[in-house]
Design a protein around this ligand. Structure first.
Ligand code: ADP
Length: 158
């Protein structure tokens, strides 16, 4: 079985992430969306909220959403996955992604990283920009649908 891990913060999941998941589903038998728990980025949404938003948004049968702690290569090996999927939006993503992919290869040469490009209209989309627009009262329904905005705060739909 060809199984891939799609790791990230997903804080929150956007239509860009969903586009990458759809594409990964056509290439792999199973895609595990791994939500990073020990995130240095101080996420806005708690791990459970991020997991719930993803589970609400994903409709594909061959996708599993799971929390991930620790090293990505160890998580991938424990799930018997040999591929890591990452999204590439623009040149600006490239340097960091390249460094991570090569480091992961050094840690475990059996795991291959593959990059998928989203639909053009999602190339400008990021969780950070969605949070900023939502906090300022802007409409994010076309970018990421599964949460609402309350008193200037962004809250997931439960
Ligand atoms: P991380 O903190 O690991 O970067 P993110 O949730 O921000 O987590 O992103 C997870 C992955 O999804 C990364 O590979 C990122 O480049 C990719 N990604 C994020 N937004 C988009 C988008 N709009 N289109 C395509 N890929 C995206």
């Amino acid at each position: 079985m060809r199984r891939a891990i799609y790791p990230g913060s997903f804080d929150p999941v956007t239509n860009g992430h969903l586009d990458v998941i759809e594409r990964a589903c056509t290439l792999f038998d199973e895609v595990i969306v791994a939500v990073a728990i020990n995130d240095q980025k101080q996420p806005l949404f708690a791990p459970d909220e991020r997991l719930a938003m993803l589970r609400n948004a994903i409709t594909n049968d061959n996708v599993r959403v799971a929390p991930m702690e620790g090293l990505l290569v160890e998580f991938a090996a424990s799930e018997n996955a040999h591929a890591v999927v990452r999204g590439l939006r623009a040149i600006s993503d490239f340097e960091f992604e390249f460094q991570m992919a090569l480091m992961n290869r050094k840690l475990d040469p059996d795991i291959e990283t593959i990059f998928l490009m989203p639909k053009e209209e999602y190339t400008y989309l990021s969780s950070r920009i969605v949070k900023e627009i939502a906090k300022l009262g802007g409409d994010v329904s076309a970018l990421a649908r599964k949460f609402r905005i309350k008193l200037g705060e962004v809250a997931p739909i439960t």
